[in-house]
Design a protein around this ligand. Structure first.
Ligand SMILES: *[C@@H]1O[C@H](CO)[C@@H](O)[C@H](O)[C@H]1NC(C)=O
Ligand SMILES: *[C@@H]1O[C@H](CO)[C@@H](O)[C@H](O)[C@H]1NC(C)=O
Ligand SMILES: *[C@@H]1O[C@H](CO)[C@@H](O)[C@H](O)[C@H]1NC(C)=O
Ligand SMILES: *[C@@H]1O[C@H](CO)[C@@H](O)[C@H](O)[C@H]1NC(C)=O
Ligand SMILES: *[C@@H]1O[C@H](CO)[C@@H](O)[C@H](O)[C@H]1NC(C)=O
Ligand SMILES: *[C@@H]1O[C@H](CO)[C@@H](O)[C@H](O)[C@H]1NC(C)=O
Length: 502
């Protein structure tokens, strides 16, 4: 089902959409792993490995004790939040502080070692700090994923954690007004980066929000509208023939399910277990759709996410249905799967799993945040959606009730509140850069137009989710190179302006 929002690259984040589909999880895991490997390589190439590696001083990893509930000091429960600090580039005592915000998954030391913000920190001699999001990775208590314990998981609490981290770092390094902070984040943490500036302008001087879906939306039909556009976009190897074949293949699958011709589908698409009823049918078609959504969202960011290749198979196969079958088996080879898990029971038990893991993406936590704050359900009710009509809002909202006992009306109200609280895609702030790629379906919920002289939107032609957060490469398309320059110029200008106003 849903492809999550983001992957912040280096940082490991993936936003999730919402639906908790099994294939989506496989894709996110794979992208996450690949990014770690890529970060590792980029990091060592910057260092001149192995020659200069002996000079390398590892970043500081530590834990900060935080109140579990910042908004009720009579509750004295705490948890330990993980952070990293890289002092390598910092010009004492007046250099700026660059903060990388986490979310959706565990962070790692690469949060302060590789990526666009690290290149910028080097240039501006900044202290690099990163904070893992509460309830993800190692930043959680032992009982943290029980439903009762998760009540303190929210973006508001996460922003309060950032304020408290700001105090901690300021005390540790004797920072003053002369050390301006800049925040960075991608996907949901991109929204947090914008909101940190919006709600705490006295703490953070400016923010970069990459692929940030700042507008919450219950029924996110536009996601698949952009996926459809991308599948027909010749710039990235799509075509209208490709889109038509994808549409046709899902129509055939839907009518076979309708006719009860299920065993053929189970065989052709290597289902791990028999499809037992409508809930499994929805899982099944969602898993197939995930392959296309993932290819678009992460186009060219991993070898398995390649619209050109997928469209090549769809177009050259003997029939649309055969194309879908080939794409599915290509995807299984890529991830290394023997079969695809389509059991709804299994999906429920995965999302219900309260065992903590200090690494990887936090599926249960992220789904919880969609139910309590953001929605973001990638539905297929709109005529522009090329996938199965079984992918409905109801099928995704049902998970909120089944897993977290949160009824649909409550999800609806929470989404409205989130937009009221933060200002949706018209935040009234200053010194924020919103960066998006036109291939990335999440751009539909972000800020795409300049809001004022210093609330700036950069819209990149031909790139996917959070592409600008990756370390720069000589293979970056010109549109991405230009965006990087614009971001770098703005940051330089803003840092200059701090000095002038001192
Ligand atoms: C925490 O609160 C409880 C009751 O509210 C109190 O009994 C206990 O002493 C407090 N613990 C600390 C460490 O303050
Ligand atoms: C901060 O200031 C205190 C008191 O002036 C000093 O003892 C300490 O070494 C300073 N810390 C750093 C990291 O500069
Ligand atoms: C299932 O579909 C296949 C291929 O489309 C067809 O040959 C077969 O007769 C169908 N079986 C049923 C029970 O509809
Ligand atoms: C729950 O998750 C843990 C860690 O991710 C895993 O080892 C365990 O097998 C899962 N339990 C179930 C019942 O799936
Ligand atoms: C948005 O603002 C930036 C920076 O001030 C400027 O370069 C750009 O031309 C503006 N874009 C539009 C569409 O006005
Ligand atoms: C995007 O780039 C492609 C070529 O890479 C070009 O054909 C197209 O016109 C560009 N679109 C916009 C809106 O600039």
């Amino acid at each position: 089902m849903m492809i999550t929002l983001g992957l912040q690259l280096l940082l490991v984040l993936l936003l999730g959409g919402a639906d908790g589909g099994w294939n989506q999880r496989q894709i996110r895991k794979k992208v996450h792993q690949l990014r770690e490997v890529q970060n590792y390589k980029d990091f060592y190439s910057r260092l001149g490995f192995p020659k200069a590696a002996s000079l390398y001083v590892p970043p500081i990893e530590g834990f900060l004790t935080q109140p579990l509930d910042h908004f009720n000091r009579r509750n004295n429960d705490t948890y330990r939040q993980r952070y990293w600090i890289n002092e390598e580039f910092w010009k004492r005592p007046d250099g700026p502080v660059f903060l990388l915000i986490g979310g959706e998954g565990a962070e790692s030391e690469f949060s302060v070692l590789a990526g666009e913000h690290v290149e910028l920190a080097q240039k501006h001699q900044a202290l690099l700090v990163a904070l893992e999001h509460r309830y993800y990775g190692a930043s959680i208590n032992q009982d943290g994923l029980t439903l009762e314990a998760m009540r303190f998981l929210s973006s508001q609490q996460a922003l309060a954690d950032l304020a408290s981290f700001h105090l901690f770092v300021s005390q540790k390094y004797n920072l003053t007004q002369k050390n301006p902070w800049m925040s960075f984040g991608g996907s949901y943490p991109g929204s947090l980066s914008a909101w940190f500036r919006l709600k705490f302008p006295h703490l953070v001087y400016a923010a970069v929000a990459s692929s940030a879906p700042v507008r919450a939306e219950l029924d996110f039909t536009d996601y698949n509208k952009v996926v459809a556009q991308s599948l027909s976009d010749p710039v990235i190897g799509g075509s209208s023939k490709c889109l038509n074949r994808v549409r046709k293949s899902f129509q055939e699958v839907d009518s076979m399910l309708h006719a009860g011709n299920v065993s053929k589908l189970e065989r052709d698409f290597s289902s791990c277990s028999p499809l037992q009823g409508p809930d499994d049918y929805t899982e099944f078609v969602s898993n197939l759709a995930d392959i296309f959504m993932g290819a678009v969202q992460y186009n060219m960011e991993s070898p398995g996410s390649d619209v050109r290749k997928i469209c090549g198979h769809m177009v050259s196969a003997q029939s649309a249905y055969e194309g879908l079958r080939i794409v599915n088996s290509m995807y299984m080879d890529y991830i290394g799967l023997k079969c695809v898990e389509n059991s709804h029971e299994k999906a429920l038990s995965d999302l219900g799993n309260t065992t903590l893991s200090a690494v990887g993406v936090g599926e249960r936590q992220w789904y919880y945040q969609t139910c309590t704050e953001f929605g973001y359900y990638q539905t297929c009710g709109d005529g522009s959606c090329p996938f199965s009509r079984l992918i409905t809002l109801k099928s995704q909202l049902d998970l909120c009730t089944e897993v977290f006992q949160i009824p649909p009306e409550s999800v609806h109200q929470s989404v409205q509140f989130t937009n009221e609280f933060y200002g949706a895609d018209h935040p009234k702030s200053s010194r924020i850069i919103f960066v998006n790629g036109d291939i990335d379906p999440w751009h539909a919920l972000s800020v795409l137009k300049n809001q004022s002289r210093s609330e700036i939107a950069i819209f990149i032609n031909g790139t996917a989710h959070c592409a600008n957060m990756n370390p720069s490469r000589s293979s970056d398309p010109p549109s991405l190179q230009k965006a990087r320059e614009e971001i770098a110029d703005k940051i330089a200008e803003w840092l200059q302006s701090v000095r002038r106003t001192e």
